[in-house]
Design a protein around this ligand. Structure first.
Ligand SMILES: *[C@@H]1O[C@H](CO)[C@@H](O)[C@H](O)[C@H]1NC(C)=O
Ligand SMILES: *[C@@H]1O[C@H](CO)[C@@H](O)[C@H](O)[C@H]1NC(C)=O
Ligand SMILES: *[C@@H]1O[C@H](CO)[C@@H](O)[C@H](O)[C@H]1NC(C)=O
Ligand SMILES: *[C@@H]1O[C@H](CO)[C@@H](O)[C@H](O)[C@H]1NC(C)=O
Length: 304
């Protein structure tokens, strides 16, 4: 009774092949078809991501539903990239709202388990996927809105920052910020620039050096988010805001977006391999691995 989707992809290729393996209900014989991602159905869903595409509005709502906290693992990033690629190539899709289906958290950020005790090759593969997610989101032709219904630290904040507009649920328990320095990790230049392009140099300097996490109202004050709403108005507000953005002729908006973001995008595109090398040699250092281990142990104790 199960349809199992097995995909193998090379994230560095613009078009990648997906192996779609449809197993029959008996499970002992299968049919394998190779199809282009672009030919897959618009609202096909993968386990950790749900996409609802509304044909009449041209807007897709992408919900992350990877328990418990939407950590950006290699798997989740890969699924995210496949879905983004599909939506981007679909001319009917003009707007994308990203949100979470998990309680209290938008995304907890990059999955530490992908960086701890892993081979340099695997770390490199992971980092390439982080880059790919960022390149696709920051460079998207679609109007992108983050509907942030929960905490959004580190990589979760980065994902929010790649969008054109951010709406956050006004709950003082939620926080958002690039807090990687707290863990002894340095946010790379493209994280830094994405933030500086949004909240300016000085705010970014303080936020990154101190690893600051902002409450929704503090985030609003520095422009880290654009609007606060009660939880029950999040999706309707995002949908209304989307209408406003989609009223602008696509080509003019897209060229303008590209003009604003291209210098930052180009810097990573032309330095991807060096950036991966940098990350791998940094993260595999004994001292960094040691602080990751301590952090993981602390999390375990907190849970217990
Ligand atoms: C989306 O999914 C629904 C049901 O799951 C299906 O009826 C509909 O045809 C799908 N739309 C597209 C564009 O594939
Ligand atoms: C699509 O959007 C239209 C206009 O907002 C709405 O009336 C309709 O219910 C939506 N369709 C679905 C399947 O959500
Ligand atoms: C926000 O989080 C809840 C889970 O607590 C989820 O059910 C809901 O769909 C999410 N998204 C929006 C846009 O409210
Ligand atoms: C970053 O902030 C989140 C949310 O408060 C927290 O769970 C996480 O532990 C923080 N990271 C570090 C390294 O302190």
């Amino acid at each position: 009774l199960s349809n199992i989707l097995i995909f193998m992809l090379s994230l560095c290729d613009i078009t990648f092949l997906v192996e779609l393996s449809l197993l029959s209900s008996s499970g002992n014989h299968g049919r394998v078809a190779t199809v282009l991602v672009s030919q897959m159905r618009n609202n096909a869903t993968s386990p950790n991501i749900k996409v609802d595409f509304n044909q009449s509005t041209g807007v897709a709502v992408l919900s992350m539903q990877s328990p418990p906290v939407n950590s950006l693992s290699l798997d989740l990033l890969t699924e995210l990239c496949i879905n983004l690629e599909k939506l981007e190539m679909d001319r009917a899709c003009r707007g994308l709202i990203i949100t979470s289906n998990q309680p209290k958290v938008f995304s907890a950020g990059l999955d530490i388990l992908e960086m701890y005790g892993k081979s340099p090759e695997r770390c490199g593969e992971f980092w390439r996927a982080v880059q790919e997610m960022w390149l696709k989101m920051y460079g998207s032709n679609m109007v992108t809105i983050a509907a942030i219904n929960g905490s959004s630290p580190a990589g979760g904040c980065l994902l929010s920052l790649t969008c054109d507009y951010r709406i956050m649920v006004d709950n003082p328990r939620y926080s958002i910020g690039l807090n990687e320095t707290l863990l002894g990790i340095v946010a790379p230049f493209w994280f830094k620039e994405t933030m500086a392009n949004t909240v300016g140099h000085r705010n970014t300097e303080m936020a990154l050096e101190l690893g600051l996490l902002y409450s929704p109202s503090e985030a609003l004050k520095i422009g880290l988010v654009d609007q606060l709403v009660p939880q029950d108005q999040l999706l309707t507000t995002a949908t209304e805001t989307m209408k406003k953005w989609l009223a602008i002729p696509d080509h003019a908006r897209q060229i303008t977006k590209s003009m604003m973001r291209k210098p930052t995008l180009d810097k990573l595109t032309s330095n991807r391999e060096a950036d991966i090398q940098n990350f791998v040699s940094f993260i595999t250092k004994d001292s960094i691995q040691k602080s990751l281990r301590m952090y993981l142990e602390m999390l375990k104790k907190r849970k217990a």
